[in-house]
Design a protein around this ligand. Structure first.
Ligand code: HXC
Length: 300
């Protein structure tokens, strides 16, 4: 992220304490950095202890402030509860960013039920478990709070070849709209961001495994109406708008930031209908190798 392109004044988020799930890498890391830079205390969680620690150290070295790494697998409700206890012990959280995700392209007929669960357990169940644990605390302690879920534009039109992710994220969009109404009386807001192509390692290795880009990733070569992918500071500026003070009347919204890719072509993977069996075999092998590599780094 280019810190000089953050639109907000230093100290804007002082007094905020925000948990970013999946904050060790990718979009979560970028948002965590922006929040710390603007004065918030941030807690990042994820399954790779070393990666989390390196990220927290890097952010604090750059900006000072507080970034606390806590290993946690959000598929496990008790692990979430312990992690939030730990986060709360340094002061109550004021915000939650449901960012942790898993996804890979596959023909749906090639998926097993375990493959579906591998995605749904993180995105759908894990994000809800985390929201529920923190929401209950806010309500019991009569505190305000803000929930931001990182979704995709497929929540509006589905996405061929990433069905478990599309279903799970659409569920979180329904959660966002529902809780915005139900919990508004407690001072708890719920919003979402639908980012288009903001390339990260986790995403590119599983959604564009052969590097040619059959889905939204093709935008690197100009398929996006704006002729480019997103820049991290653009996503961070929107996340700060929704999580920081000053725009509290925004509630229950899912805001796209994708250069109008959704309007132009759906922003999803429908173009992969052209892939051959051989392309799918190669993609599957590359994705499985990447999953294996990542599993080796997990500490929880
Ligand atoms: C079919 C596959 C497969 C493939 C795995 N499986 N890869 N099936 N095609 N290519 C099957 C396996 O055979 C197994 O089922 C089941 O899925 C679980 O496989 P595991 O390797 O055990 O999975 P696991 O270690 O749980 O992890 C998978 C993962 C993980 C959830 C994808 O790698 C992960 O946590 N990734 C996080 C990072 C990430 O994915 N980032 C991208 C987010 S992008 P069987 O039946 O054989 O046991 C995003 C939005 C992008 O979310 C928006 C773009 C615009």
């Amino acid at each position: 992220m280019d810190a000089s392109k953050i639109m907000f004044k230093p100290g804007l988020m002082k007094g905020e304490r925000i948990l970013v799930t999946g904050g060790g890498s990718g979009l979560g890391k970028e948002m965590a950095e922006a929040f710390v830079m603007l004065g918030a205390d941030v807690v990042i969680c994820g399954r790779r202890g070393e990666v989390l620690k390196e990220t927290a150290d890097e952010i604090m070295k750059k900006h000072g402030g507080t970034c606390i790494p806590i290993p946690c697998d959000i598929r496990v409700p008790d692990a979430i509860h312990d992690m939030v206890d730990q986060a709360w012990s340094g002061g109550p959280l004021t915000g939650l960013v449901n960012n942790a995700a898993g996804n890979f392209i596959s023909r749906t007929e090639d998926l097993s039920t375990r493959a579906f669960d591998a995605i749904a357990n993180i995105v759908f169940h894990g994000s809800f478990y985390t929201t529920l644990d923190i929401g209950k605390r806010w309500i019991a302690e009569k505190r305000k709070g803000s929930i931001l879920s990182i979704l995709t534009t497929w929540v509006w039109n589905g996405s061929a070849f990433t069905v478990p992710s599309a279903m799970s994220k659409a569920g979180l969009n329904a959660m966002t709209q529902s809780l915005a109404v139900e919990w508004a009386r407690y001072g708890i807001r719920a919003n979402a961001i639908a980012p288009g192509p903001f390339p990260t390692e986790g995403m590119s290795k599983r959604l564009n495994p052969d590097g040619t880009g059959g889905g939204p990733m093709r935008d690197q070569s100009g398929g996006n109406p704006m002729g480019r992918v997103g820049e991290m500071h653009e996503l961070c500026n929107l996340a700060v708008t929704l999580m920081g003070p000053g725009a509290e009347y925004i509630n229950g919204q899912c805001i796209a930031i994708d250069g109008a890719a959704y309007q132009a072509g759906g922003g999803n993977f429908s173009a992969l209908t052209a892939w051959t069996d051989e392309q799918w075999t190669q993609a599957s092998a590359a994705i499985r190798a990447q999953n294996e590599k990542d599993r080796a780094k997990r500490t929880v």
